[in-house]
Design a protein around this ligand. Structure first.
Ligand SMILES: [Zn+2]
Length: 266
């Protein structure tokens, strides 16, 4: 791995560090820091893991989390969870609600249940003035209907690992949402993802790994790790004809703006 490129000051805005086993995780964080990564945002999959995530954040100055329930786990979302989420979010390391959303590709939870969990989480986010991290797969129509509802007009969101196509991107951008780009931008057949990049305003673009999924080329097929956000950022910078350093600065400043966190530039 000595050939691995560095990129100072870049941030992984979406990594499920909780899915890595503890030894692997610590090593992966150190390796990422050595490659110049200065911040990590770890989104929850389910509310029941909130304490574990917060504890991990307390041990690492450069790790923050989002708390909430993923659409795959929406069946676990129950009465009282909105209140529970609200009280957990007082923790200073919990900087967003999520990951929440709709996934009609896998349909691991009934759609109605996905919709209910999503709405309740967005309501909490708006009440607390926190951003949300949104997962959206094969549910563009339903997602757009939701974001158009007047009660969600104030929603601030990162549509992570964006792959929803041009039309959807245009509406999300018009609504001032952020789009997060993952290792998919490096995949050979992902022109449908790369073609979105030039549409996104400079101040609305984020990069991520979605660890442990979606490892970028040339690591494709392996379990992903946060250090590989460098490969993602280098490719995005190249697509946008920006210098890697300028793009790192830009995407990290967007990260700070959306999640209201302080990054240590060293
Ligand atoms: Zn995720």
């Amino acid at each position: 791995m000595s050939e691995s490129p560095r990129l100072d000051g870049v941030v992984d805005s979406h990594c499920h560090l909780q899915s890595l086993d503890p030894d692997v995780r610590e090593a992966a964080l150190d390796e990422a820091r050595e490659r110049g990564v200065v911040g990590f945002l770890m989104p929850a999959i389910r509310l029941a893991e909130a304490e574990e995530l917060l504890e991990l954040c307390e041990r690492h100055a450069d790790v923050w989390c989002a708390l909430g329930t993923h659409p795959h786990d929406a069946s676990s979302w129950q009465e009282g969870d909105a209140e529970r989420l609200r009280s957990l979010l007082v923790h200073p390391k919990a900087v967003a609600v999520g990951e929440c959303g709709l996934d009609f590709h896998y349909d691991l939870a009934p759609r109605e249940q996905q919709g209910r969990a999503l709405r309740e989480q967005w309501e909490v986010a708006i009440d607390l003035d926190l951003p949300v991290i949104v997962h959206n797969r094969e549910s563009n129509e339903e997602m757009l209907q939701l974001v158009r509802e007047p009660q969600f007009a104030e929603l601030r969101a990162d549509f992570h690992s964006y792959s929803g196509g041009v039309e959807m991107a245009r509406e999300l951008i018009e609504r001032d949402f952020y789009l997060g780009f993952s290792g998919m931008v490096t995949f050979k057949r992902a022109d449908n993802v790369r073609e979105i990049l030039p549409l996104v305003p400079d101040n609305r673009i984020l990069v991520e790994t979605d660890t442990p999924y979606l490892a970028p080329t040339p690591h494709r097929g392996k379990p992903n790790k946060p250090g590989w956000v460098v490969e993602v950022a280098l490719r995005v910078a190249d697509e946008l004809s920006l210098s890697p350093a300028d793009f790192a600065k830009l995407s990290s400043s967007n990260f700070r703006a959306l999640f209201a966190v302080e990054l240590d530039p060293s």
